[in-house]
Each structure stands twice: as C-alpha cells, then as structure tokens.
Design a protein around this ligand. Structure first.
Ligand code: G
Ligand code: G
Ligand code: MN
Ligand code: NA
Length: 250
C-alpha cells in the first residue's frame, strides 16, 4: 500500500528524524535527559506519528533499519549534549528477537563515542512468550556494559509483574493513564501509590510519564524521589530546538 511504499522510500531519503522529550528530576526541576521519539517527515503526508508507522515497519521487516537510522542520529545528538544528560530510546519487541541486537547497539555506542551509562533503553511489551532466555541474556549483556534498561508503560501490559520478576530492569516508567488519575480533587491515586511502593520495594527508581499540568506535578511532589516527563515540561522538540534550549540554559 501507499504508506508502505512511502516508508521504504523515506528510509532511503532520510525522512525519519528523532524528536526529544525532556526528562526532569521532579524535586529540583532540573533537566536530566531526553526520551527520543521517532517522527516521519513525509513529503506527501506531513509529520506522521510513530503510532502509525512503527507497527507497519515491524510488520514489513524494516523496524531494525528504521530504529538504527534513528539511533545513529540520536547518539550523535546526545554526544553534543552535556555529559550529565541521558538519552532514552524505545525498542520494539521485534528488535529484541534479533540475537545480534545488543552487539550492534554496543558497536554504535563505541562508534558514536557515547558512554553506555548515558543510554537507557525502554522496553514495553512482554517478550516472555517466546525466548525469554535470549531476551534475558541480551538485556544482561547490555546492563553489564552499563546501559540502563527501563520497563515502559508500566501497568498497562499483559503481564507487567511477570516481566519484573523475569528480567533485570533498572527503572519503572509509570504509564500516563495512571498518572492522569492524580488530577482528582485530593490528588491521590491508589494505583500510583501502589506502583511507587512496588518500585521502592524492588529498589527500582521510577519515572512518571504524562505530567501535563501543575495539579499533577503538585500531587507527585509529595511522593518522594521521581523522574518526570510530559507536556508540562514541553512538547517533543527536534535536535536543533534541543540544541537551542541547551545553549540558552548555558
Ligand atoms: O511520540 P508519541 O509521540 O506519539 O509516540 C507514540 C508511541 O510510539 C509511543 O508508544 C512510543 O513509545 C513509540 N515510539 C516512539 N518512537 C519510537 C521508536 O523509535 N521506536 C519504537 N519502537 N517505538 C517508538
Ligand atoms: O509509550 P511512550 O511512553 O514511549 O510514549 C510517549 C508518547 O506520549 C508520545 O506519543 C508522546 O508524544 C506522548 N506524550 C508525552 N508526554 C505527554 C503528556 O504529558 N500527555 C500526553 N497525553 N501524551 C504525552
Ligand atoms: Mn517510552
Ligand atoms: Na511510555
């Protein structure tokens, strides 16, 4: 179909670009890093959402090439930022089924001269049905090199707790559908409380996604140490806008 043809062409034309969403230390308000979010700047379709093209790229076997093009750009961008800033990237479960994924990723980090601890990879869907062993050994070898591994969209998945038990993670990202519950008069959500307790119990730091307004921010501030991201801090920006933002911040 049309999107598929466009996507194949877009890959050869460099139409896929990284956008970046700020990640902030909730308490200090300090910028601590960025999550990279893919965008397709299609001459025909305009700016296309990853919700449309990622599933298609997975289906037609182009997700690895697409993701690696984005990684090359994002690693080069992150290399220019302050050393203290992390880069998070979303990884499709399809990529994790590739036995060479970790090796290629580590090679890219070396080529970009980006220290592995500055990279966080975000994993969403359960890869536990097939090949848990492969996924575990891959995640373990990335962690051994210092790459951070996060469990993304926590709580929405098919078996979030089973994933936490089976795979070694460094962080939990609380899905924004739960965070939005904090927009209640009392600013509390039993689910968010429970997820935070779980994280603390497992000694895993947490990130709150979808912090959209002051109300949510205030509610979260009473909940202890967290990273936060969301529209309150700004919409995702392209590499040039980020460069400008960092320059302005000194
Ligand atoms: O950027 P939002 O802007 O629309 O992203 C929508 C979804 O696409 C999110 O679930 C996000 O995790 C996913 N996504 C964004 N960029 C990438 C990417 O580079 N790779 C993968 N696999 N998913 C991505
Ligand atoms: O699944 P993942 O968390 O990677 O998805 C990130 C998605 O969430 C992107 O589509 C991004 O544009 C979107 N997003 C980021 N911050 C907010 C927010 O505060 N509110 C809403 N509704 N969406 C957000
Ligand atoms: Mn994510
Ligand atoms: Na998420």
């Amino acid at each position: 179909n049309q999107i598929e043809t466009g996507l194949r062409r877009g890959l050869t034309q460099g139409e896929f670009v990284p956008f970046y969403e700020q990640q902030v230390d909730l308490e200090s308000g300090e910028l601590v890093g960025f999550e990279m979010l893919a965008r397709w700047q299609s001459p025909q379709l305009g700016l296309v959402s990853p919700e449309i093209f990622i599933p298609i790229a997975e289906e037609i076997g182009l997700i690895t090439e697409l993701s690696e093009q984005l990684m090359d750009q994002a690693f080069a961008n992150a290399r220019e930022w302050d050393d203290s800033l992390s880069l998070s990237i979303n990884i499709s479960p399809v990529q994790l089924r590739d036995p060479w994924f970790a090796q290629r990723l580590l090679k890219k980090l070396v080529a970009a001269n980006l220290p592995p601890p500055r990279l966080e990879i975000e994993i969403t869907e359960s890869c536990l049905h097939e090949n848990v062993g492969l996924v575990r050994s891959m995640i373990t070898s990335l962690r051994n090199q210092g790459v951070q591994i996060s469990l993304d969209d926590f709580g929405t998945g098919y078996s979030s707790l089973e994933q936490l038990r089976s795979l070694p993670f460094d962080r939990i990202k609380i899905d924004r559908s739960f965070i939005s519950e904090l927009r209640q008069p009392n600013g509390r959500s039993r689910i968010v409380d429970a997820i935070i307790s779980l994280g603390r119990g497992l000694n895993l730091p947490l990130t709150a996604e979808g912090v959209e307004d002051e109300e949510i921010l205030t509610a979260l501030k009473s909940m202890g140490r967290l990273k936060a991201q969301g529209y309150f801090y700004g919409k995702p920006e392209n590499a040039e806008e980020v460069r400008e933002r960092l320059r302005a911040a000194g």
